[in-house]
Design a binder for this molecule. Structure first.
Ligand code: ADP
Ligand code: MG
Length: 246
């Protein structure tokens, strides 16, 4: 096994509120880590620090053995750690296909060449991704008209176009109906397997966690309260009381 992501003593406070409390964490290649925790526990903050959107007050983040603490989100993406785009407003007026083309160009690092799209290798990559995320039939639809489940799939497809080693998904099924959730997750996980991408996903639905996670980390008040095999973490009395509200 090889270590992809490590944090040592990661600490951040907003005003007097400690939202990351000396977090030590390690993720191995190939893991499917579900992050659970009540709203406000600090899950998104942790992701934001790892992906460069927030700088910690103290501690380090390492990715594939390199210190990336405080590096810009762009440089971190370039090293192979991506998070889902969450379809910014900019993309809503574009078609599904155009979004994937845009991501393919972003991977090359020159948005200015977007107008010159149609490079054969990019076209083939976009076709393969449309197939992988089951959106081939909707490729010409505008994003604004997509149901939430399809938006999530496109979102992940765009991130995978960047060819990351690690993809971090912050609540990939939020806003998706209960009936649709399992199908969306099944397609997402198949896509991650196909591209051999390691993943961290924040998820509130325990059924989804049980089904798709190889490991679970439970966040309480800016710290990891339990971390390990899904069955053990979900059965932990503190997790049951403080996180799952059982
Ligand atoms: N930029 C910010 N400024 C001040 N407080 C913040 C900021 N971002 C998050 N917080 C606070 O930090 C805590 C953790 O938030 P967050 O990491 O988003 O939690 P989670 O993702 O687990 O719901 C919350 O109390 C939230 O209000
Ligand atoms: Mg959050």
């Amino acid at each position: 096994m090889s270590t992809l992501l490590t944090t040592h003593g990661l600490t951040l406070a907003f005003g007097g509120l400690v939202v990351a409390n000396a977090i030590d964490f390690e993720l191995q290649a190939g893991e499917r880590l579900a992050v659970i925790g009540q709203n406000g526990a600090g899950k998104t903050t942790f992701i934001n620090i790892c992906t460069g959107l927030l700088k910690p007050d103290a501690g380090q983040v390492q990715f594939v053995g390199q210190d990336i603490t405080g590096h810009s989100p762009r440089s971190i993406v370039r090293r192979g750690m991506a998070r889902s785009f969450q379809l910014p407003q900019l993309f809503l007026e574009h078609s599904v296909r155009e979004c994937l083309e845009l991501a393919a160009v972003a991977r090359q690092g020159s948005l200015s060449s977007w107008l010159g799209l149609g490079v054969a290798s990019d076209r083939a990559k976009v076709d393969a991704m449309l197939e992988l995320i089951s959106l081939r039939d909707r490729q010409h639809e505008l994003c604004i008209n997509l149901p939430e489940g399809h938006r999530k799939l496109l979102d992940v497809g765009m991130s995978l176009m960047l060819e990351p080693r690690l993809l971090i998904l912050d609540e990939p099924t939020s806003g998706v109906s209960t009936e649709e959730k399992h199908e969306v997750m099944a397609i997402l996980m198949r896509a991650l397997d196909d591209r051999q991408v390691t993943a961290i996903f924040v998820e509130h639905d325990v059924d989804i966690v049980k089904r798709y996670a190889t490991r679970v980390a439970a966040w309480i008040s800016g710290a990891i309260a339990a971390d390990g095999a899904p069955a053990a973490v979900l059965a932990d009395p503190v997790v049951q009381r403080e996180v799952l509200g059982v």
